[in-house]
Design a protein around this ligand. Sequence first.
Ligand code: 5GP
Length: 228
Amino acid sequence: MANQVGHLHVTYNNIHNLIKECTPKIGDEFNPDLMVAIGGGGFFPARVMRTFLRGVTKNKTLQIQAIGLSLYEPVEGGNEDQIGQEVIRTQWLGPNAGKLLLGKRVLIVDEVDDTRKTLHYALSELKKDVEAELSTRPESEREALRAATKFGIFVVHNKKKPKLAELPRDIPYVITIFIARSNGKTGNDRYYAGEDVDDVWLDYPWESTNIEEHDRLAMLDRSRKSGQ
Ligand code: 5GP
């Protein structure tokens, strides 16, 4: 990424602890019925979050569904349609996607919110699945079902930078509450982020083929940061 300087290595323990800190709030305020993990970076965070959510939301079977999205190189000044073309689906919910989502509190989980294009795409497409399912239901039931369907978003890291896509705000059933761990409200009240970070490239442990070396670099990054 041309405009990004530096790397920050994060460890499994860092991520585990960030998720641990955020989860009580997410359990209290959003209380998800279902998680949709965006692969591959959202898989580990979703699995860890489920462990902590189970402690908060007793007796709930929290399913984790997976979707796979991949981002093309950004187009300068891209509009909404272009964003849709830049993100490609490598995996999606099955033919019953809308049924699965309708009436649920759905928490979308990813590891990092960088340009926000991926989250924008995921939310817009999941909305289409819900609308398709709603269109099969009697008109008299639609309003209540739509109102009962809510989306939340959790990312481990939110990069502090101008975003290239806005999360859709025209969706009545999108209620997401975003709170950053370190400094309270981020001003964006539509998702939860584990931690706000500078615009650096984050190296995640699951991408490493040598975890000891990765952890060593993470320690160096941390001591460099604390020496700043
Ligand atoms: P977006 O720009 O759409 O917010 O992020 C797209 C995807 O790019 C993320 O889901 C993630 O997989 C990848 N990505 C963005 N920034 C980083 C980063 O700093 N480190 C890593 N490992 N992946 C990133």
